[in-house]
Ligand binder design. Sequence first.
Ligand code: PLP
Length: 392
Amino acid sequence: MIPALLPTYSRAPLTFERGEGAWLTTTDGRRFLDLGAGIAVNALGHAHPALVEALTVQAHKVWHLSNLYDIPEQQALAEALVEKTFADTCFFTNSGTEACELAVKMARKYWHDKGAPERVEIITFSGAFHGRSSAGIAAAGSEKMTKGFGPLLPGFVHLPFGDHDALESAITDKTAAILIEPIQGEGGIKPVPDHCLKGLRDLCDTHGILLILDEVQCGVGRTGRLFAHEWAGITPDIMMIAKGIGGGFPLGGVLATEEAASGMTAGTHGSTYGGNPLGCAVGKAVLDIVSDPDFLSDVNRKAGLLRQKLEGLVAAHPEVFTGVRGSGLMLGLVCKAPNTSLVSAGYDADLLTVPAADNTVRILPPLTLTDKDIAEAVIRLDQAASAVMTPA
Ligand code: PLP
């Protein structure tokens, strides 16, 4: 019999009832160190006082307003994002998937309005993940995500990750944009090197096409800069955000330059809940904290410490791990043993990590984790790695 919850997830038998900082407590009182942060969502950990305050203050004022009216919290968040990024304008969504939908629409509408309606193709890369909607799965293109869900939305060109020659020859007079995650998350924490991001920007400029960055997982301070592309010294034309910006409240968005957004006039897009007062009040509180240079430099310091300790862990367990990759607090332990065994052994050690493709275990802790949490994380990972080699 089908369960009451559609069984699209294989869930671990863990039930959490509250959280604080980087720690989650189960209904039976076990305290787990959370190195997954709801897959890079709880950027400021659980129950951060500033976010609790922002949400409760707003909850006493107004929860929902239609986008038919001004929403001051939405306006404030948009202005703060515009001030702190390349963007001239923002549209708020409730998720990364919806951000992908708009990014695709925006790129196509741009070319339509420029008098080149044949430019509809969006180039994407193997291992990419852009959400589970029809556009998102068509963008990813993998059999795992698309099988059985056809007919797929047309207009996506899938290239191997890192194949520069294939990219050059894939650009045609039908190309609208290149869509890429600066660091693939679900794909196994695979960073696009800075020089390649620069190369992509140059290529887009040379051909006059749009660069869309998906910073849903790698953005909002995760890599130690407000957005990951800043390390490469480039800017996109369109960027998708979600996850961390809401700190746990469902919030996403599309940021764009005035030029790239020029086709999106009144009536071309909308959302009932996107940019609601609750989400935007929380998002603004997250952004105020995460964009503080002192906060970001502490993320970088902690990232250096964690990475150094993870390198030590890998060296101590060559039969379990082959390496560490990633940037900032978006790290991947590349495994030799099955990654899911390590994640399960982590549960036994009261530790949460997240598996990803390419036999990787993701380490995506709250950006607020402490030095003490880092020390504890490595002890528990070491315990989990040892258990993988000596199954009970
Ligand atoms: N893009 C990236 C890079 C993601 O990691 C995800 C989710 O994991 C998405 C898009 C989809 O976001 P959401 O699950 O909020 O719809």
